[in-house]
Design a binder for this molecule. Structure first.
Ligand code: AP5
Ligand code: ZN
Length: 214
């Protein structure tokens, strides 16, 4: 399966992607996780990206397209398919992806939009906890780990993302509505778009994603 997940910060992209990975044996390509790993390693890209991310802005299209191109070409896990989470995020990114995949003869098969009203997202974002190394996410109230502040799989500590505060969220939402939402129309035109009500319980959202893919 080759697909993208579209949705605002906190919509559930990172929560639903592991279900898709397991079901379809596809790779999870999350550009936010890739950038956070650059930050953790202290690379020049990581240093530049951290400032942009904490400020709720978008990293440049050239850098992001390069990152995804590298994954699609060199990551053997993508052979069986991929779930793009957080990419594309602008019309130029969507156009470049389209072109790249067409050249490889492997066009996208689905674009699922996770739809949630902005007012539900503050609670989701401010209560989120993540396991840094894997990108796994939890929620203090809605999806608590078995042991408080501890990753279920590795037993390692959970942390809060530095952009998960109300001030950064406001800017991330503005970036989403101005720069990312236009890609919904782009995919509606190509006929591969489906919308899912992502304000429901995670298990119900997952059922609706499967229905949309059928
Ligand atoms: P990224 O990491 O992609 O962040 P985002 O798009 O803001 O999305 P989130 O990760 O916040 O939300 P999510 O939908 O994954 O939510 P989750 O499932 O965790 O990007 C970060 C930054 O990197 C960007 O701001 C930008 O600066 C940069 N960047 C990345 N890609 C880029 C690109 N292509 N171009 C340019 N810049 C780029 O869920 C959230 C919380 O809610 C969790 O706690 C979860 O447990 C809970 N939850 C999930 N589903 C439900 C539910 N149904 N009910 C109740 N709670 C739920
Ligand atoms: Zn995410």
């Amino acid at each position: 399966l080759r697909m993208i997940l579209i949705g605002p910060p906190g919509a559930g992209k990172g929560t639903q992607a592991p279900n898709l990975v397991e079901k379809f044996d596809a790779a999870h390509l999350a550009t936010g996780d890739m950038l956070r790993s650059q930050i953790a390693k202290g690379t020049a890209l990581g240093v530049a990206a951290k400032e942009i991310m904490d400020n709720g802005g978008l990293v440049s299209d050239d850098i992001m397209v390069g990152m995804i191109k590298d994954e699609l070409t060199n990551n053997p896990a993508c052979k069986n398919g991929f779930i793009l989470d957080g990419f594309p995020r602008t019309i130029p990114q969507a156009e470049k992806l389209d072109q790249m995949l067409k050249e490889q003869g492997t066009p996208l098969q689905a674009a699922i939009e996770l739809k949630v009203d902005d007012d539900l997202l503050v609670a989701r974002i401010t209560g989120r906890l993540i396991h840094q190394a894997s990108g796994r996410s939890y929620h203090k109230l809605f999806n608590p780990p078995k042991v408080p502040m501890t990753d279920d799989v590795t037993g390692e500590p959970l942390v809060q993302r530095s952009d998960d505060n109300e001030e950064s969220l406001k800017k991330r939402l503005t970036a989403y509505h101005d720069q990312t939402e236009p890609i919904v129309d782009f995919y509606k035109k190509t006929g591969i778009w489906s919308g899912v009500d992502a304000s429901q319980q995670p298990a119900t959202v997952w059922e609706d994603i499967l229905k949309a893919l059928n």
